[in-house]
Design a protein around this ligand. Structure first.
Ligand code: BES
Ligand code: MN
Ligand code: ZN
Length: 495
């Protein structure tokens, strides 16, 4: 668990009288974006004595300025006012949190600009400021002896009386979603030696139980009894046996059920089709889909939407060994279809189809969404920051893409052309798990999945690119990004 979540408060602050330790003020280069007269005069002072310009990248500190009892004012340049969208405010708040952490400050008070000076709506402004501050206020130092830095204890978002009334509840829902994103990030960054299937199942179970959710952890004997042949085949090379984890949020009177399935390969070596070095080092992130699904359920437990939400997470380790599956092996999946293993590194689709076919039978969902770090090909197509979305249901695909715009967990729809299914034809089995060429790999993988969902309303989201980031960015440290938690919460809110 992240040590503690950010204390996030929407508050009316009178800058003439209130005691403020650190006031953080966004400033534009071309226009005044604040209405408060004290803020305006502080900005004027900083412009004249400290050459503040408001250009993007500007960071200037004033200590104990004349007015009020403010100890420190930090100005952040945001560039031109008309360019400011929600993502710009998320980035600003995240940068501000990280700056304050680096300066060893205990808290920060964010000066909210006046929306009458901006091109975005007030709800987006408050939401994104809170998200950036919460997500940026995070340090993953579990494996460091020296814990040099500490997250901020409190973040105050300045508001008018009316805004405080309107957005105090929003701070709780933002905290719910951001805490869950941060936990998902930590799970993804946790090394594979500490999150083998049984251990990772335990982590999910512990977090979900304390959130008041119903949790099931099924072991390999259960999987054998239920004939999860594809999932067991992937896991058979590892000394750590697979687990299937289910987490249920079932409010009274729910009329719809959505099932979320997350790929949980706790380490993907490729199996006997071993990945080359360069491909192996980050493969602890191959359980990011499961982390995002578990995180989404933790957030849902606090958000309490009116729909039933179920998370299903197949957890396996993909290893080469004397007991591993071999290329050419033919296996029988949960729904009865046989699959020839063309490549043991195409393991994600194998565990997903068993989990999805079982979830459809067991829960009869109205909507099924799977999230998976499924293909390098999707990263080739869309780069490291955008997920691929596949669905035969245009309204579901559109809802996911729209949620991606709102949350900036960006998604782009890719096609599911029927005639490409020929690529998965196999001489001996019902299907091959790969095609024999290298083109269109993300599509081929999605088409493989589509063979196991019947006519259930389904979407697949390939997060192989955005689940992990080598470098830190404004509101996300290096490592797991938690991609999918904010996206799925938004999709669920609009179902
Ligand atoms: N986990 C990988 C996909 C992946 C690649 C995720 C890079 C994140 C970054 C997946 O299991 C895999 O190995 N896919 C293969 C499929 C191929 C064998 C058809 C791939 O993408 O190369
Ligand atoms: Mn693989
Ligand atoms: Zn994989």
């Amino acid at each position: 668990m992240p040590k503690r979540s950010t204390m996030l408060e929407v508050k009316v602050v009178n800058l003439k009288s209130a005691k403020v330790d650190t006031l953080v003020v966004p400033v534009c280069e071309d226009r005044e974006i604040h209405g408060d007269s004290t803020l305006k005069s502080l900005i004027d002072t900083a412009k004249s004595v400290a050459a503040l310009t408001g250009k993007s990248g500007d960071v200037i500190t004033l200590f104990q300025p004349a007015s009020g009892s403010i100890n420190r004012v930090v100005f952040f340049g945001l560039g031109k006012a008309d360019h400011l969208n929600g993502e710009a405010f998320r980035s600003f708040a995240g940068k501000a949190a990280r700056w304050c952490i680096n300066a060893a400050l205990p808290d920060m008070t964010l000066a909210t600009p006046s929306v009458s000076e901006l091109t975005i709506d007030v709800e987006t402004l408050f939401r994104t400021l809170m998200e950036g501050a919460c997500l940026g206020n995070h340090i993953f130092d579990r494996y460091k002896q020296d814990k040099e830095k500490e997250p901020l204890k409190a973040v105050v978002i300045m508001a008018t009386g009316a805004q405080k009334k309107r957005f105090s509840a929003l701070s709780e829902s933002v905290a719910a979603v951001c805490d869950a994103s941060l936990l998902a990030r930590e799970w993804v960054t946790t090394p594979s030696n500490e999150k083998r299937p049984e251990a990772f199942a335990g982590m999910i179970q512990k977090a979900a139980r304390s959130a008041g959710l119903e949790v099931g952890v099924m072991d390999d004997l259960w999987l054998e009894k239920k004939q999860f042949g594809a999932m067991l085949a992937v896991g058979q090379g590892s000394s750590a046996k697979p687990r299937l984890v289910t987490v249920e949020y079932a409010p009274k009177g729910a009329k719809k059920t959505v099932v979320l399935v997350g790929k949980g390969v706790t380490f993907d070596s490729g199996g006997l089709n071993l990945k080359p070095s360069g491909g192996l080092e980050t493969m602890k992130m191959d359980m990011s889909g499961a982390a995002a699904v578990a995180g989404t359920l933790l957030a849902v437990a606090r958000l309490r939407p009116a729909v039933k939400v179920v998370g299903v997470m197949p957890l396996v380790e993909n290893m080469p060994s004397g007991t591993a599956i071999r290329p050419g092996d033919i296996i029988r999946s949960f729904n009865g279809k046989t699959i020839e293993i063309g490549n043991t590194d195409a393991e994600g689709r194998l565990i997903l189809v068993d989990a999805m076919a079982w979830a459809i039978k067991h829960y009869q969902p109205d909507t099924l969404i799977d999230l998976a770090t499924l293909t390098g090909a999707c990263v080739i197509a869309l780069g490291e920051k955008i997920a691929g979305v596949f669905s035969k249901d245009p309204s579901l695909a559109a809802a996911i893409v729209a949620a991606g715009q709102k949350t900036h967990e960006r998604c782009w729809q890719l096609p599911l052309p029927d005639d490409y299914k020929d690529l998965l034809k196999n001489e001996f089995a019902d299907l091959n798990n790969v095609s024999d060429g290298r083109w269109g790999g993300a599509i081929v993988a999605a088409l493989f999945l589509s063979e196991f969902v019947g006519d259930t309303r389904w979407a697949h989201i390939d997060i192989a690119g955005p689940a992990w980031s080598k470098k830190a960015s404004d509101y996300c440290g290096a490592g797991g990004t938690g991609f999918g938690v904010r996206l799925l919460c938004e999709v669920i809110a609009n179902l």
